[in-house]
Design a protein around this ligand. Structure first.
Ligand code: URA
Length: 320
């Protein structure tokens, strides 16, 4: 048996009322997307970028965290071949594409058109997910754009003006919600990259969770100077955005770190009493535990309790 490994990318553009995906017309008149063999020492992402450039002339950056693959067998003559293709996703503003000698043309298609015209099964099977991810990406970007503007529009703004967006796949099954970014997060504009982030990483290991499969954020996504607890008003303003972000991601599980997260999302919780509990609301599991900063402050005691919580959560969070 032969093995073939390829990589490629879906490329989309937005019109005023539609999302259109780019397809290349092959010599046998089938619709395909830019993709090709992974060269020696090439990373899949590099292959996908190179193939998109060679087959369309477009220079693209990929939408973070979108990475899918398909696997199938086919016959080349009498030889059975196993093929694995990794797919990325990119957005472009250009509508004109320069196709290479391998294709006779190109088409921009919306979801319905793509579903009815695309024949290659490995592409077609991914289309609902691709369009779904684009929808989440566009919604989250709009939401974060409005959230970023808050520091300029809200009167008496006392938080930092650096917005720290949530991080992770927009279709994550598990969301982790903290309180507010710390100084490191403020500087790097990424959640949980400081000392609390190290504690969180340790806890995720206990629950056998991969950080890049989770969507990680905080109730307030701006640093409160001197690391103070955000005020009730600040939580109120920011919580509206958190709720909308949750609606984009629609996680099945939300791990709440600390009292601010718990009381913003379900209320009536005291982490010191309720940690380790799992509550169900509207089909979503809410998991209660301490904020990692508590573990840092209390030396060992809270860290041990937190580890026990995450060990307990391991089975609850056993999602594919
Ligand atoms: N603590 C939080 O609650 N959020 C972060 O992003 C970092 C530390």
């Amino acid at each position: 048996m032969r093995f073939e490994y390829s990589a490629g990318g879906f490329v989309y553009r937005k019109t005023s009322n539609n999302v259109l995906l780019l397809f290349l017309v092959s010599e046998n008149n089938e619709l395909d997307i830019p993709k090709g063999h992974i060269e020696k020492n090439e990373r899949t992402e590099e292959t996908a970028k190179r193939e998109i450039k060679e087959e369309t002339g477009l220079d693209v950056d990929f939408v973070p965290y979108f990475k899918e693959h398909t696997e199938y067998f086919f016959y080349r003559g009498k030889e059975r071949t196993f093929k694995r293709v990794v797919f990325f996703l990119a957005k472009t503003n250009r509508r004109d594409v320069r196709v290479s000698y391998e294709h006779s043309g190109y088409k921009w298609l919306n979801f319905e058109e793509a579903m009815s015209k695309v024949k290659y099964k490995d592409i077609k099977i991914l289309l609902p997910e691709v369009f779904d991810y684009i929808d989440r990406y566009e919604r989250m970007n709009r939401l974060n754009g409005d959230y970023t503007a808050l520091s300029k529009t809200v009167k008496n703004w006392h938080l930092s003006t650096n917005f720290v967006p949530g991080e992770g796949p927009l279709n994550a099954k598990i969301m982790v919600v903290g309180q507010a970014p710390g100084r490191n997060e403020d500087q790097q504009r990424k959640p949980f990259v400081g000392r609390s982030g190290l504690v969180l990483n340790e806890m995720l290991k206990v629950a056998k969770l991969k950080r890049d499969r989770l969507y990680i954020t905080s109730v307030v996504q701006y640093y409160p100077p001197k690391n103070r607890t955000p005020s009730r008003e600040e939580v109120g303003v920011c919580k509206e955005f958190l709720m909308k972000q949750i609606d984009v991601i629609k996680p099945m599980n939300i791990v709440m770190l600390g009292d601010v997260a718990c009381n913003s999302l379900i209320g009536g919780v005291k982490v010191s009493r309720d940690h380790g509990r799992v509550m169900r609301r509207d089909g979503v599991k809410y998991l209660i535990t301490f904020h990692p900063a508590m573990a840092l402050r209390s030396k060992n005691k809270v860290a041990v309790l937190m580890k026990n919580d995450f060990a307990k959560f391991k089975d609850e969070l056993n999602v594919k």
